[in-house]
Design a protein around this ligand. Structure first.
Ligand code: SAM
Length: 296
């Protein structure tokens, strides 16, 4: 007999609690329908007899918790994924960031690739910035903080070696400038690798607004593409608030093509290009202590 919804929910909550206690990752923040689907698929795959039996398996084998987390978000990425978005970043977003740095006499560009997967997104943006900074601003440093929840994926990203097929979306000039062949793999050059710092960061973790290594400063650009889609609406909003808090006043946010800022959150982000999911931070309204008026 099928369990009643209440019993079903009880075991679902117990599984979420178990995964949280073992890994600190809160599956309760992911899209609940997606979680149910992934659990059903996994239970069928490993021939368990339902949620309760699967929970027993989780207790016996903590490694299964990690496996379940991995199933929640597809680990797929590509260099310059959605090329038009990268063209727009190259032609509109980066020149504006660089000009602003010049105007303010600041010497550091800070980018966060949140949910960076195997590193292609972070390296792509590093290559674009390297090209631009070389041509426009001498002595401007760039730090790209690239974070993900999976340590093995981060390890792969740090090595920066990719198969030929994974370079299909890289233009020839970029390929020649920034890759070298090494034992059948194509290696991102050290200049670019040195611009990127990979680290573990769980976007759902309470409190931590930014990666631990990046606390001294705000970001000029946050890329969080094809990640929010896996979370519940409430968690998406919580993450967007964290992004808002950690962006520079004029900072940019870029989401994936299937993601957007919901109407209620447009008080935090101004859509610059809705179609390509490019947003600019709106400054929070703050009280001017002199006259009690809002600044903006
Ligand atoms: C589809 S990939 C996106 C990769 C890249 N941003 C892109 O668009 O090519 C989704 C990534 O989100 C990561 N992810 C899932 N849950 C996460 C969480 N709670 N915190 C940080 N990253 C997470 C996954 O590990 C995976 O690498």
């Amino acid at each position: 007999m099928d369990p009643s919804p209440t019993t079903h929910d009880h075991w679902l909550v117990a599984i979420i609690d178990r995964v949280r206690a073992t890994t600190r990752c809160d599956l309760g923040q992911y899209d609940p329908d997606l979680l149910r689907r992934r659990l059903a698929e996994r239970i069928a795959e490993i021939s368990r007899f339902g949620l309760r039996d699967y929970l027993d398996g989780l207790i016996d084998d903590p490694g299964e918790c990690q496996h379940l987390i991995k199933l929640m978000a597809v680990e797929v990425s590509a260099f310059f994924r959605n090329p038009i978005v990268f063209e727009l970043i190259d032609q509109q977003v980066l020149p504006e960031i660089i000009d602003r740095k010049k105007r303010l006499g600041k010497k550091e560009i800070r980018v966060w690739s949140a949910g960076c997967c195997s590193g292609e997104e972070a390296y792509s943006i590093a290559m674009l910035i390297h090209d631009q900074v070389q041509g426009r601003t001498q002595g401007c440093a760039c730090h790209i903080f690239a974070t993900d929840i999976h340590s093995d994926t981060l390890e792969f990203a740090r090595r920066g070696g990719y198969s030929r097929e994974r370079l299909d979306t890289v233009k020839l000039g970029v390929f020649r400038r920034y890759f070298t062949e090494l034992e059948g793999r194509f290696q991102v050059c050290d200049t670019i690798r040195d611009m990127v710092l990979f680290s573990h960061h769980d976007l759902t973790a309470p409190g931590n607004a930014t990666p631990a290594d990046s606390i001294f400063g705000t970001f000029d650009l946050i890329l969080c593409r094809n990640v929010l889609i896996y979370f519940s609406q409430m968690s998406q909003e919580m993450i967007l608030r964290k992004f808002h808090a950690s962006l520079d006043d004029e900072g940019f946010l870029v989401l994936g093509e299937a993601e957007h800022i919901h109407h209620e959150m447009e008080s935090l982000f101004l859509p610059l290009d809705r179609h390509n999911r490019i947003y600019r931070k709106r400054r929070s309204r703050s009280r001017n202590p002199q006259n009690g008026m809002n600044d903006q």
